[in-house]
Design a binder for this molecule. Structure first.
Ligand code: GDP
Ligand code: GDP
Length: 457
């Protein structure tokens, strides 16, 4: 089937007719710190594990489903199964993750191309050979031509395929995904948005997170059940708003006596990051009186990185003296500070008076729908032909690029692949332009879009 018809076919097949084929299993392994969980998150498309250096944060998620070009496979991160301290003995990796490795259709051996080959890598390679499984070597942290060249040394272990990537920046991952699909015979994706709209309220201390959650719960009379949070401090509540099921995640946490400001601030960041990992839509709450602060920017940065849909809510609006220009003045100030979240709409709310608090849920539902939206390839290409003609697709060198066709490779977040006549990257201004047109035309409300370009083969 030509690629341009693939996702149309998937869109048209009713879910019941889609074969209940088991998903192929792809298993990530490698020594600690090479970027396994970063790669896992990038490929799964949402932050399912927490990467970083806060001690005490457990990596409880190591299993996800990856969707690409209308097909899916299961991805397992053995780094989530074998703790770092134990993984420095390679035999432990193969013992503790033996089941995942036995069931694997393909192994992704992640190595750190910047550091090069280490004794631990040599030992892991020996173990991998004994499994007899197909192996892709994923040379991570390739962010310069020099490191790309150096990565070639990993061919020495005799595995056929090597993919230079940067899991952090997402470069090289499209090629990797293409090849994973090619070797694993991954089936077409069944349509399956998650049942509940998960909304997390994140923000620094005292912006009014718990007040907002209480205000929403006070307005919503159809509370299904308050359920204990899956993380230690966050509280999840299920509710129904306008006929749609939500889970509201409160990250305000338990207030403990004697907590210093610095501790509370740090905790607010940790809680935000944990919540983002399992959220469809984040409500980034700011204090309208104090205006955006540095800590707000830090939290906004994590929200951006997580790929969730984002609403910005300016709280305590009741305290602001207003005239006809106040809202636009505040919005302009906000956009200056968090330029990078330009797709996130701003809403002025008051947890105290309840002004617009339930409107946040309506907007969250709209963002959620955008997140899971699939645009059929035919429609997408008609739109491209009409509005996104070739002349704008210029490279930095001003050589015209021809976009042959475009397809939506996945949702969550919506990702589009532009097949062009060149291996060179598209100019960022063109990518921006495409993003904005897609967002307007197909109502990708409050949702980040990813645009990937590939030479047509
Ligand atoms: P794991 O122990 O193999 O799961 O590794 P992590 O995913 O936790 O990453 C280890 C460290 O490497 C973290 O500090 C990441 O931010 C960093 N890292 C991961 N991928 C990349 C990458 O592509 N480029 C760079 N420069 N750093 C990365
Ligand atoms: P959290 O730490 O982010 O959960 O913030 P809280 O919900 O505990 O609120 C911090 C303080 O701001 C409390 O004194 C609240 O009463 C107050 N507050 C919260 N929302 C509003 C609001 O919309 N208007 C006003 N005037 N005060 C608010």
């Amino acid at each position: 089937i030509p690629i341009e018809q693939l996702s149309d076919l998937v869109d048209e097949l009713p879910p019941a007719l889609q074969p209940p084929q088991p998903l192929p299993s792809v298993v990530i392994l490698g020594r600690p710190n090479v970027g396994k969980s970063t790669l896992f998150n990038k490929l799964v498309g949402r932050r399912q594990a927490i990467v970083g250096d806060e001690p005490g944060i457990t990596r409880d998620r190591h299993y996800g489903v990856v969707e690409w070009l209308g097909r899916s496979f299961e991805l397992v991160d053995t780094g989530g199964i074998v703790p770092d301290e134990e993984a420095i003995i390679p035999a432990n990796i193969f013992k503790q993750a033996s089941r995942a490795i036995e069931e694997a259709d393909l192994l992704l051996w992640v190595v750190d191309a910047r550091e090069g080959i280490t004794p631990l890598d040599e030992e892991i390679a020996r173990h991998i050979h004994t499994t007899g499984k197909p192996v892709f070597v994923v040379a991570n942290k390739v962010e310069s031509a020099q490191v790309r060249t150096a990565a070639g040394e990993f061919y020495r272990f005799g595995f056929d395929r090597l993919f230079p990537v940067s899991a952090e920046h997402g470069t090289g991952t499209a090629e990797l995904l293409d090849e994973i699909l090619a070797v694993t015979n991954a089936p077409a994706t069944a349509v399956r948005p998650s049942e509940r709209i998960r909304v997390a309220v994140i923000g620094r201390p005292n912006v009014g997170k718990s007040s907002l959650v209480n205000a929403i719960l006070g307005e919503e009379r159809v509370i299904v059940s308050p359920i204990p949070g899956t993380t230690r401090d966050a509280i999840d509540t299920d509710l129904i708003h306008n006929g749609r099921p939500f889970t509201l995640i409160d990250t305000a946490g338990i207030r403990r006596k004697g907590r210093t400001t610095a501790m509370a601030e740090k905790l607010s960041v940790i809680m935000a990051r944990k919540a983002l990992a399992r959220t469809d839509v984040a409500i980034l709450l700011l204090d309208a009186v104090e205006g955006p602060t540095h800590l707000d920017e830090v939290i906004a940065g994590y929200a951006l990185e997580s790929g969730t849909s984002i609403l910005i809510a300016l709280n305590k609006w009741d305290l602001i003296k207003k005239d006809a220009h106040t809202a636009s003045l505040y919005e302009r100030q906000l956009r200056e500070r968090v330029k990078f979240l330009d797709y996130a709409p701003a809403v002025f709310v008051s947890a105290l008076t309840g002004q617009r608090v339930t409107r946040l849920l309506d907007l969250a539902a709209r963002a959620y729908d955008a997140r899971y939206r699939r645009i059929p390839t035919g429609e997408l290409n008609r739109f491209f032909a009409e509005y996104l003609e070739t002349p704008r697709a210029t490279l930095p060198t001003n050589k015209p690029v021809k976009v042959h066709y475009v397809t939506q490779a996945r949702s969550v977040p919506p990702t589009f692949v532009l097949f062009t006549n060149t291996t060179e990257k598209l100019h960022f201004s063109y990518v921006r332009y495409v993003e904005n047109r897609l967002r307007e035309n197909f109502d990708f409300f409050a949702t980040p879009l990813r645009i990937v370009s590939r030479p047509r083969t």
